[in-house]
Design a protein around this ligand. Structure first.
Ligand SMILES: [Zn+2]
Length: 314
């Protein structure tokens, strides 16, 4: 089922000894918070905008360099390099990790957690800078099992957001619990199971097509992982689609939506989902936001050539 290796995943995620260098070197988080040899903290970057009555803040947890070959597992030889060159994108590519914080009424909702403080993630330092106390977060929504999304859910083994409900996809929960011990995702599954255990009765499983929080509706975006979920935000008639990891790269994954990435658990299903989600956003002119698109990760898409083109608009 999983044809990508753990080594590839570590390379892409930029963690461990195989990790690529961080883009930024100027730290913000206290040095004492990092173990020796851990990546330097990412410099602070955030962007705040509104959607109707909803306040949205994008926090850059990290920015890392990656080998672009992971973007085209089934691409023809040299295909990825060709698309990058045609778009004047230098390799290695720079990937950002964008955490979304949404405030609506009395809810403070965080979508994914980045890498965590110990791995140099900037989420907590940025929240502190913005005056958002961890205790004030009412809901943490995890989109799928990958470590660049969930590793910050626990800090020193305890819930990072102690008063929050931890929302998790039912389909992903079943996927995690069904992974065999020899799966390349077994280590990642253990990380997720530790979160389930720490959350206890604060863990709430969500289904697709459900308004799980005020103005936030789940969309099945399966393929990248078997329970990977996207979200529709709506307030006062305005909409935004959080595509999460439906596309990993704003250039290659949109120009060639049928190319599977090294991290798509079901490549064919991921490609179908990519065409459905971005096709709908292109047709309707819906604002999109994506976890790995260049910070702050928001803009619009248009249909072009074999796929789509991203128009970053703040
Ligand atoms: Zn990701």
């Amino acid at each position: 089922m999983n044809s990508f290796s753990r080594r590839d995943m570590l390379k892409f995620l930029g963690v461990g000894a195989l990790g690529s260098a961080l883009i930024g070197r100027i730290g913000f988080a206290p040095q004492a918070a990092r173990a020796q040899g851990a990546p330097a903290a990412t410099p602070i970057a955030f962007f705040r905008f509104t959607l109707g009555a909803m306040e949205l803040t994008v926090i850059r947890d990290a920015a890392r360099q990656q080998d672009p070959s992971v973007l085209g597992r089934n691409a023809p030889e040299g295909g990825v390099a060709e698309v990058l060159k045609a778009n004047n994108v230098p390799a290695p590519i720079t990937t950002t990790f964008n955490v979304l914080v949404a405030r609506n009424g009395d809810k403070t909702m965080v979508f994914d957690t980045g890498f965590g403080v110990a791995a140099g993630g900037a989420l907590l330092a940025t929240l502190a800078l913005l005056g958002i106390e961890r205790e004030s977060v009412t809901d943490l929504v995890l989109t799928h099992l990958h470590p660049d999304h969930v590793s910050g859910a626990l800090t020193d083994g305890a819930l990072t957001f102690p008063n929050a409900t931890y929302h998790y996809s039912q389909a992903e929960f079943d996927f995690v619990n069904g992974l065999p011990a020899d799966s390349p995702l077994a280590g990642v599954a253990a990380t997720n199971k530790a979160i389930f255990e720490a959350a206890g009765d604060k863990l709430k499983l969500y289904a697709p097509d459900t308004e799980i929080l005020p103005g936030v509706t789940t969309i099945a975006a399966y393929g990248h992982t078997l329970g990977h979920t996207a979200f529709r935000f709506e307030s006062e008639g305005q909409q935004m689609l959080h595509a999460v990891d439906t596309a990993l790269n704003s250039v290659v994954s949109l120009a060639r939506p049928d190319w599977h990435t090294a991290f798509d658990v079901n490549g064919a299903l991921a490609a179908e989902t990519r065409r459905r989600i971005f096709g709908e956003a292109a047709r309707n002119g819906t604002r999109i936001f994506a976890y790995h698109f260049p910070f702050p990760g928001t803009g619009f898409v248009v249909a072009e050539g074999e796929g789509f083109r991203f128009i970053p608009i703040m």
